[in-house]
Design a protein around this ligand. Sequence first.
Ligand code: SF4
Ligand code: SF4
Length: 467
Amino acid sequence: MYNAGSMSAGEFISHEEIMDAIDWVEQNKHNENLIRQLLQKASENKGLNHREAALLLEAGDKDEIFRLARRIKEAFYGNRIVLFAPLYLSNYCVNGCLYCPYHSQNKTMARKKLLQEEIRREAITLQDMGHKRLAIESGEDPVNNPIEYIVESMETIYGIKHKNGAIRRMNVNIAATTEDDYKLLKDTGIGTYILFQETYNRERYKELHPSGPKSDYEWHTEAMDRAMQSGIDDVGLGVLFGLERYLYEFIAILMHAEHLEAAHGVGPHTISVPRIRAAEGINPGSFRNGIDDETFARIAACLRISVPYTGIIVSTRESEESRKKVLELGVSQISGGSRTSVGGYEKEEKENTKQFKVNDNRTLDEVVNWLIKDKFIPSFCTACYREGRTGDRFMSLCKSGQIQNCCLPNALMTLQEYLIDYAKDGTRSAGEELIKGEIGNIPNEKTRSIVIEHLEEIKQGRRDFRV
Ligand code: SF4
Ligand code: SF4
């Protein structure tokens, strides 16, 4: 029985409801009136429920959906794109996930766990690229990577004092765990807790997770509830497209978002949309549900119009071309200059420890330059989390539109820091021009003059202003 507010995975991700919704979409895909009404509803920025969104995904006019997604993106996020990088701490893992080369049966994968000194050097290398926001990643292994190791690693990174650099926000992507562990992460200053569901289809989930704690569907699917009950306000959902029919996953991830809203009063902070990629021993062609670029773009656009307040993340699994397309349609965060191996930032890896092959191999500076040339504002902002604007506080600022008074000023100030401390000459001059042109777009006059002052102070050597 489907119940969005239930705390039981079998009820808030109801297979019956997903199958009924798929039937409903089939029955209504030529219902022009209904489709028109849904586009009208979405255009009021109020979002759509999982059935409505699925109907647009399958039957809405592509040009109209893309236009609407662009408009909503513009209204909520303007032309800002937040940048981050993943940092792999350890690829030891006791799980048996068939789509990931870190699975425990993979005897040819070199196993590596970074020592605290190595983590320090990795984080400094990332700081020297210009990053301020990391997603730390680790396999699940209670012996090699216990929660104490993750906490110690976060403390190491937050404690680094190096030139003008600083990692100001750390999102954490580790396996489903206990409320006590989530409390520890909260106390250590976690940004967003990220956990991909991989697939919401219980049968498929079982096939793909033959062993390890992750094979427990309930434990994994109810993890966000434990995290939120432990005080973590911001959680990030995701599925791995290619494992199951995309429509099934699209409906289910929106149901999960509806569940978080119903049970905790706050939807997901972010949704990630990775597609399966080649990796050691992993051939994406052997997964029968891969999606093409066109479907991928439709999914990004339909997510944007369905959950306007949720950030959408695309990683370097995607090519430059594919990232360019979805940036316009609703993606608000991207990774840049990423390495998916353990210890891969400081040293080019000699042994293979990669989780997947990166598709966009450009440096962070090349990505920043590309964004600027395409009229996006690269942002290294981490202000909300540091100002305590998380969870329902963040969402209510988003919904009232007030967050707009923060995002653009913070984007410009953090970009200015990047340009002075890390950018190559061409990027610096293009960025300076962009900032000059964008200052006038700060709506509030008082904020505008504060930002102009701070930009000058940043040029004089001061750092870390935020509004
Ligand atoms: S997906 Fe995560 S849990 Fe599964 S094998 Fe890879 S690292 Fe381990
Ligand atoms: S001000 Fe808040 S919402 Fe806007 S970019 Fe910064 S952290 Fe994100």
